[in-house]
Design a protein around this ligand. Structure first.
Ligand code: GLY
Length: 392
């Protein structure tokens, strides 16, 4: 990926360096404790009191984020125990290859392609290539995207015409596979998928709908909405904004197509303008109960990570500085106020990123540690401390 050299030196110094290094230590400790606790399961969300993980044997759509954390831990420490853990967990994700679910892009990008990129890992490369081929084969010409899929928990039942922006960062899998000698059509599918989401889901002010329903025969837009948000037709669910932002930044990094950069800037600027003063977003920007409602640290960590990447891809120094400062400020807030221990005598397991909100409308894991929140905070911390030179 490209990185303008003049924008690459954004490594934390002074107090920040010590704060972030300590946060990495805490998160690595949490990874060790989690690995010992889960056996052959995958961690999904952990309860806010004792940090006990809810798990699943196939990781659901989140499995890649656990394996991705292990690849990041290997990168941070060079301790080969993380490679062994990552390979064992990744092998258990193979069962997902046949699933009709656009979120398999996340599973195999973060679970497999990261291993290939960071560790030249052959299992990562092979499952990444297979995951990419299976995902791209699900592209629907009429819709102009890879639909949500029948395995994805579609809320409308019309899985072929329905899409969620949640799957956009999974397109990194297709760009990576194309670069690694795969079919160039993989990159074309990724480009079309992301472009279509910008056209469908991004409002003129830069905010994002989570979902779109189109007629799969001709692509006509039937509905734009946010099924996981506070008000399906109008509000901005925090994770819609963060998935979109992350996906647009990633698309630009792989393609250098200005269309993606501009969409990322609109999404980033909207977030920066609307986020609470303390930097940590509530689960939906339009919940009228704010501030007496849940935060979503997972969306916030993802946004911080995306902003730090956008800073490295920025077109001038002022823009780079703006996004680097915004990303670092969010990480400081998360590490200072949400990463255990958050207060003296905090009895909870060290290194938990607390107060992620998975599915507020269903009352599921609404103030919990979430495995993808952990992943993105750790990636952001490695970027900030110079332990991760490349943009993933
Ligand atoms: N479906 C992905 C998410 O809940 O963010």
């Amino acid at each position: 990926m490209s990185c303008a050299p003049e924008h690459c030196e954004q490594v934390a110094e002074g107090g920040d360096a010590a704060l972030f290094a300590d946060a990495i230590r805490r998160m690595l400790r949490r990874i060790d404790v989690t690995a010992a606790a889960i056996g052959t399961q995958f961690p999904l969300s952990a309860d806010p009191v004792g940090g006990v993980w809810m798990t699943a044997p196939d990781g659901r759509w989140t499995g890649g984020f656990w394996v991705g954390q292990l690849w990041l831990a290997l990168q941070a420490t060079a301790d080969s125990k993380y490679r062994a853990l990552a390979e064992a967990a990744l092998a258990r994700l193979e069962v997902r290859l046949a699933r009709d679910n656009v979120l398999n892009g996340l599973v195999f990008y973060y679970g497999a392609a990261l291993g290939a990129q960071l560790d030249r890992n052959s299992l990562g490369a092979s499952l990444g290539r297979r995951g990419a081929a299976a995902l791209a084969a699900r592209f629907v010409q009429g819709s102009g995207f890879i639909p949500l899929g029948h395995d994805s928990g579609s809320l409308t039942g019309d899985a072929n015409g329905e899409t969620n922006i949640d799957g956009v960062p999974g397109m990194g899998l297709l760009w990576w596979a194309a670069r690694e000698g795969g079919d160039p059509r993989l990159a074309e599918v990724a480009r079309k998928h992301v472009r279509r989401h910008i056209e469908l889901c991004q409002r003129p002010d830069g905010s994002l709908y989570q979902a779109a329903l189109v007629d799969p025969d001709n692509g006509a837009t039937l509905r734009l909405y946010s099924p996981r948000g506070f008000a399906a037709d109008t509000s901005t669910w925090a994770r819609a904004q963060s998935w979109g932002l992350m996906g647009f930044v990633q698309a630009y990094a792989w393609t250098q197509d200005r269309f993606f950069f501009d969409a990322a800037v609109r999404a980033a600027d909207w977030w920066i303008a609307k986020a609470p003063a303390d930097g940590v977003a509530f689960w939906d920007f339009d919940d009228p109960a704010i501030p007496a409602t849940e935060r979503d640290t997972s969306a916030t960590a993802m946004t911080a990570c995306a902003l730090l990447k956008l800073a490295r891809l920025a077109r001038d120094a002022a823009q780079a500085d703006k996004y680097a400062q915004a990303g670092a400020q969010i990480v400081r807030a998360l590490v200072g106020n949400y990463l255990v221990p958050t207060h003296p005598g905090d009895p909870r397991p060290r290194g938990m990123l607390t107060e992620g909100c998975w599915q507020r409308n269903q009352g599921m894991s609404t103030c919990h540690e979430l495995v993808w929140g952990d992943y993105y905070l750790l990636e952001a911390l490695l970027l900030l401390t110079g332990r991760l030179a490349r943009l993933l």
